[in-house]
Ligand binder design. Structure first.
Ligand SMILES: *[C@@H]1O[C@H](CO)[C@@H](O)[C@H](O)[C@H]1NC(C)=O
Ligand SMILES: *[C@@H]1O[C@H](CO)[C@@H](O)[C@H](O)[C@H]1NC(C)=O
Length: 327
């Protein structure tokens, strides 16, 4: 945590950053962004955020949501990633549970840590940060990648929940004493016109560097700097550490059958109510100091955990499975 307190000390007063927890809202085979309307979708996702999440969700989830699993109660956005599984030497798969991150209020049910930073942890680069608009969506990474796919997609072998380095491009090759963290940094340069694009990526441009470092300037094609969105997900792999295969091969896989991890990907659908996100980006609050109306409305862990979306896909995802769901 040393690097974090160092950056906090350097923050100038006119700069804002959000870091907050969201409990799991659903774990099911839906992908309203890449496979809208398809029930079930190709592979299993873990989703956090607002309860307007469904297979065909439209552009108005900020208005339709009635609860959210996130700390900030005006944030009905949805955030999701693929699920991690353990493949036992006997050929069956078991879903890896998600655990709460460090530096968040106690009792959060699984979920993810969400960041909206400016240029990096400690600077907005003197640029106006423009909040996303209703209907905005994007993905980062792609499940078909078979080698390192762009910046900002990382794995961390946790010694404990506070471990942040080294950042790896693929799965750790040895058991990790504290679990595995996946990290997804989204691009923060927008073309200023399109809320989405056919590949869900080309309306954005990525100047991200590793580990919340200062990202490069936005190019003329994508001149609008939007918040730098990032996810951290902590997977509790520790219960499987004594079941590693005797040949030493890495036993974890993402839900679409990727045991290297190069296809790690994440999805984002904007759903903040009104101008809440813009107000936060224009303020000077950092992390927990943005709560309790300064400037964002917030809620407690009990309310976060109470918000749920029922699965519309009827299948076992929690036993020892003979195959990955949908594979
Ligand atoms: C998703 O929610 C919207 C709004 O409530 C609804 O119109 C639509 O039918 C839902 N789609 C599915 C597949 O349930
Ligand atoms: C595989 O191993 C797990 C963990 O020991 C066990 O629960 C499961 O029944 C085994 N499955 C088969 C098919 O052997």
């Amino acid at each position: 945590m040393k690097w974090l307190s160092l950056t906090l000390a350097l923050v100038a007063p006119s700069q804002a950053a959000l870091r907050f927890g969201c409990s799991t809202v659903s774990i099911q085979r839906l992908d309203p962004l890449v496979e809208p309307g398809k029930i079930p979708s190709a592979h299993l996702h873990q989703i956090v955020g607002g309860n307007a999440f469904n297979a065909t969700m439209g552009d108005d989830i900020g208005d339709r949501g009635t609860c959210t699993t996130c700390t900030f109660s005006e944030d009905f956005s949805n955030y999701w990633t693929a699920v991690m599984f353990f493949k036992h030497p006997n050929g069956t798969y078991k879903r890896v549970p998600i655990m709460q991150n460090t530096a968040l209020p106690n009792g959060i049910n699984g979920g993810m840590t969400i960041y909206y930073t400016q240029q990096d942890f400690s600077s907005n680069g003197n640029q106006k940060i423009t909040a996303f608009k209703p209907g905005f969506r994007m993905t980062v990474g792609t499940p078909t990648a078979t080698s390192k796919y762009g910046p900002g997609l990382k794995f961390v072998c946790l010694q404990n929940k506070g471990t942040r380095f080294p950042e790896l491009d693929d799965f750790p090759t040895k058991p990790c004493a504290g679990g595995i963290m996946t990290v997804h940094h989204f691009p923060a340069c927008w073309d200023g016109k399109n809320l989405d694009s056919p590949d869900h990526q080309s309306h954005m441009y990525n100047t991200v560097k590793d580990a919340f470092q200062n990202s490069g300037p936005c190019p003329a094609s994508h001149p609008i700097r939007v918040p730098q969105v990032a996810y951290e997900t902590l997977w509790d792999t520790t219960q499987f550490n004594n079941m590693w295969p005797s040949d030493g091969s890495q036993p974890f896989t993402l839900s679409y059958g990727d045991n290297k991890g190069y296809g790690t990907h994440a999805d984002y659908v904007f759903g903040w109510k009104g101008d809440a996100l813009q107000r936060a980006m224009d303020s000077s609050c950092m992390f927990q100091a943005c709560e309790n109306g300064r400037p964002l409305a917030s809620q407690g862990v009990q309310q976060m955990n109470a918000c749920q979306v029922k699965s519309t896909v009827d299948e076992d995802i929690d036993g020892w499975l003979t195959s990955l769901p949908g594979m």
